[in-house]
Structures are given as structure tokens and as C-alpha cells.
Write a new protein. Sequence first.
Length: 369
Amino acid sequence: MKFSLILKYFLLWQVLLLVIVAASQDILPLRETYLGGATQAYVSNPLLYSRANFDGEHYIKIAKWGYGYAQQAFFPLYPNLIRNLASTFKNPVISGVLISNLSFLISLIFLARLIRLDYDVNTTKFAIIALLLFPTSFYFGSVYTEGLFFLLAISSFYAARRGRWWLAGILGALAAYTRFVGILLIPALLVELWLQNKNKKILNLIPVLLISLGLFIYMSYLQRTTGDPFAFFNAIKLFGQHKGEKVILLYQVFWRYIKMVATVNSSDPLYFTIWMEFLTGIGFLVLSVYSFIKQRLSYAVFNFLAYIIPTLTGTFTSLPRYVLLCFPSFILLGQLLARHPRWRPVIILTSVLLLIALQALFARGYWVG
């Protein structure tokens, strides 16, 4: 798949998001909670500052002033990059947006190359379209870690598939320094190593295990600064009552959501979010199981773990955003779109309408994950 086509799709996606944000200003009332840059900055340039709503505010504050109360939940690579780039652009929000979008564009190139190792051009094209038009894809271009993490994870997988294990380990370590779920690359790449390791080169285990170094470096920093190497985990609990300490099994989470769908007032904006989370939970469970049947085992392992780990706290909260990392699922969706042209318009239209709704709500300060 040519870079020119990837760039075309990326730019069209950017235009679509900007149009949605611009239109939302006259449609939805503004909620002045966790707006990017606070209300005054947001009102002055909503096309820019709406990209830094919610978690984006934390990354900007960490980049400007270092870690504050409970902000240890946010891993350091992304805010450190924002801080370094802000010296050039004089605005950390601009820095964050540039890092996220450039990372995502490059990740699409590596994703296309990774898919082409096993699939045809048509599947590759529609997998990228499915990813770009997924209802929460706007997070890739926001001041969130999605864009950067996706680049590091995909390029780590690609390096591993090409047998460049030390590069895969370094990129994986950077992913683990960006988000906790970066350590999920370890079991996935161990499986990949087993699939490839015809010559039984045991030394290739070293770069795969090196991935954990990203997490250990951050834990060492937390030990020095807070006295608690697990401060990142403990801080997560402070971001919402939905985060429990016990492991909750998947069927229990589904039961919780069935009860919420039946009891929450349909006029509440959260009702829409609950339905999105519930349907995402169902859809990506199906895709995760199907991945074990149809895809490379290393892909299926990563896909399943990236799906299941966030649910162990007993909720699907933010799951529509978390599943953006499940690239094998998007390959399956690409195959579906490529092989069934009759379904294509309905699937794409539905996804675009949901993307419009979620991006508009997010831009105006409504929590959507």
C-alpha cells in the first residue's frame, strides 16, 4: 500500500475531525470540566484545545510542572516528549497534538507493512479505513498516548516479524515506558519468538524480556519520588469509583452492564456511553476469539490480552478507547469489509455516525471514555 494513499486517508480523517469539532460548537452546550487549557484557552481556539480535554489536561500539567497528586497513573515518555518539544513551539498543547498525529501517521505506514506480510492489499486498505473510522479513533490525534503507543507497539511487532529482535525489544521497552499495557508485548513476542525460532536461538529471549525495562525504570522513579513503586497502579483507583481492587471476571462485567442498560435513564448522556462500552465489550470479545482461529498466535495473544486486562477491574469504562490497540481485530474487520462489499456501506456509515457523535461530545467536554 503506497504512502500517498495512506497520507490521503490520514488527511481526510483529519479534515473530518476538524469539521465535526467546528460543527459541535453550535450544536452542543459546553461542559466546563477538564477542558484542554481550561475554559479561557478552549474558547479562544476550540479546534486546538478540544484535543487536550480530560486526560490531555493531565499530560499537559505533567509536561509543564512535573507529577502532581495522583498523576502517577500517566506514564512519563509522552509528557517528557511534550516538554522537550514545547521549548520549540512554546505551547505544550501544540506539541502534544504534533507528537500524537505524527506518531499515528507513521504507525499507519508500519501497520500497512505488517499486514502485507500475511494479507493482500485490499485487506490492508480496509483495515486502515476501519481503524481511521472507528468511533473513538479521534483519540489517536488527541493529547493522549494512543498515537505514540500504537506506533511503538506496531513497529515492535513489525521488527519482531522481520527477525530484528533487539530493535523489537527496544521499541517494546519504550512502549512499556509509555503505558503499562506495553508489557503485554512480552507474552505476545515470546509466542512470536517460539513461532520463528527454528534455530533455537535462546539469546533472542533477552531483547524480548528487555521490554520490561520500560516499566521497571518508571517504577524505580516512583520508588525514589513517592516511596511506592506501584504508585501508578494505586493512582488509578483515585480516578473513579468504578476501579475496584478485586479481579472481576468477564461474565460479571457483562451482567453489570445488562443491569445498567436496564436501569439508567435513557435521557442521561451516560446512557449512550454505557451502550457504546457494552457493545464494544461484545464485539471485541467475538473478534478476540475469532483471532485465535484465523490469525497468527502471537497476534491473537496480544489482541486478547489488550482486550481482557482493562475489564478485570469490573468495568468496560474506556474500553472503546482501549481496543484501539487491538490491531489484529482491525485486520479482521478489514477482511470483513474487503470480502463483503454489500455490507460495506452499512458498516462504514454506522461507524462514521458514531465517530461524529463521540468526537462532538468529547470536543464539548462530555466524557466518552
